[in-house]
Structures are given as C-alpha cells and as structure tokens.
Write a protein that binds this ligand. Structure first.
Ligand SMILES: C[S@@+](CC[C@H](N)C(=O)[O-])C[C@H]1O[C@@H](n2cnc3c(N)ncnc32)[C@H](O)[C@@H]1O
Length: 237
C-alpha cells in the first residue's frame, strides 16, 4: 500500500522539507515519497526497502523523472541500516514497527523531523497532527527532542544569581520536579528539538517562564517574559 499523493505532499510540507534536507523513507515501497521529496522540495532523498523488486521499480521511476542524482534506493532491512544522517524521516509502517523503531528515532539528532502516515508512536505524543486536504488519512509529525534530563547548575550571565534544578523529561515534555536542595521547582515545559521553554517556581516572580536552547552540553535560558531580562547558562552537575 502506498501513501496517497495528497498525504505525501502534506507530510513533506509539515516537515518543512527544503533542498538542505536529507529525507529517508523507511520502507520506501515504490519510492513515491523520496521521489516527491526530491522533485517537489529539492531534497536529497533515500528509500530503504527490503523488497528487491520494489527497489528496482523505485529506481526505474526515479530514472524516468531524471532524479537519479538526488534520489537513491537501497535494498535492506530498516532495523539493520544506519539512517542517523537523515534530517527528515518518513514512515508508513505499522504500530508495532513504529514502537520497535522508537528508541532509535528518539536517539536521532535533536531537531530531526519524523512524519508517519496513519500510525502513531503510542505515548510519544506528536508535535503536530497532519490533516491532508483529500482522503480520510491522518499523519503525525514529531520533532526529536534534545535530551536534558538530569541535574543542572545555572549561573546568571553578567549577574550574581545561581541555582540548581532537576529536569525530568518524558519525550518532549519537561515534567514537574521537586525542589530538592534547590529553591527552584519546575512546573512543566516543552522541548522542540534544541529549543526549550519551561515554567519554574521560585525565581523572581512566580511563576517564571525560561526560554532558550540547548547548545552542546549547555542550556542557554532567559526570562523572556519577565519584567527584568535575565540570562542564565546551565551546565550538567
Ligand atoms: C505501506 S508500505 C509504504 C511505502 C511507502 N513508504 C509509502 O508511504 O508509499 C510499507 C513498505 O515498508 C516495507 N518494509 C516493511 N518493513 C520493512 C523493513 N523492516 N525493512 C525494510 N522495508 C520494510 C514493505 O516492504 C513496504 O514496501
């Protein structure tokens, strides 16, 4: 079964595919998603498919479209192929396969976009629900979150304030954490790739929103919604 054209388009648009992307379709069938990613969005694309006849068919379609320089198809099992260099992954597999893939997907580079036709990722909530214009199909978009769980020490940039905080993370959600040995408690928050926002109690005005990003092994956060702008750098403890 192949993804219908309008859904292919909606999935690639939701993932904001551009010519800078490396799109990999896991289980590429007749190759229509990698071909569309290259033809309509200018991306470099790869399809991984274990059915050799479908791989040949997809290569044939890519030749007809004059896209052989931009699209490749590999015969192989997605569970034993390295796809970690993808910036966008597309899937139309099934609930069990999605769950089996999930740990590998969560270990992709933060910011990697994953779009799945029809099948979700159980309790890993999507960042966006994709509604296609035609057809009665749902698709989902996830943005791989940075991994920030643990204890952090923050120091104010150009100031004297400092605090420690324990971050508890569940997929892209930051969950409330007790203020153990810290004046600060996290009420909640969210990661979108490397970007993060969290609401804390115990800092200046309550509650305070800290917004920023993960940069290497540092968290760069600022009180962007507060009366006084304060910047903090967090380092793992
Ligand atoms: C429903 S089709 C989707 C095809 C295409 N991605 C699309 O959306 O039009 C799923 C494809 O995944 C392939 N597939 C399933 N499990 C696979 C695996 N472990 N490794 C490689 N291909 C697999 C199947 O052979 C089939 O062609």
């Amino acid at each position: 079964m192949a993804t219908i054209d309008s859904v292919v388009d909606a999935m690639l648009r939701a993932a904001r595919v551009t010519d800078k992307d490396r799109v990999i379709d896991l289980g590429s069938g007749d190759g229509k998603i990698p071909i569309a990613a290259a033809k309509r969005f200018g991306a470099h694309a790869l399809g991984i498919e274990y059915n050799q006849q479908l791989v040949e068919l997809a290569r044939c379609y890519a030749r007809v479209e004059g896209l052989t320089g931009k699209v490749q198809f590999e015969q192989g099992d997605i569970f034993s192929t390295d796809f970690s260099h993808a910036t966008v992954l597309t899937l139309y597999l099934g609930p069990t396969v999605n769950l089996k893939l999930r740990p590998k997907l969560l270990s992709m580079r933060p910011g990697t976009r994953i779009v799945s036709n029809t099948f979700d990722m159980a309790d890993w909530q999507p960042d966006e629900l994709i509604e296609a214009d035609v057809g009665n199909t749902r698709a989902f978009l996830w943005i791989v979150p940075a991994r920030v769980a643990g204890d952090w020490k923050f120091t104010e940039v150009g100031g004297s304030d400092s605090f420690t905080v324990r971050l508890q993370q569940r997929f892209q959600q930051l969950e409330s954490s007790p203020a153990a040995q810290s004046r600060l408690a996290v009420q909640g928050g969210r990661l979108v790739g490397n970007r993060m926002e969290m609401v804390v109690q115990g800092l200046e005005s309550d509650p305070t929103t800290l917004t920023g990003e993960v940069s290497g092994d540092r968290l760069l956060l600022a009180t962007t919604k507060a009366r006084t702008l304060r910047r903090y750098v967090g380092a793992p403890m």
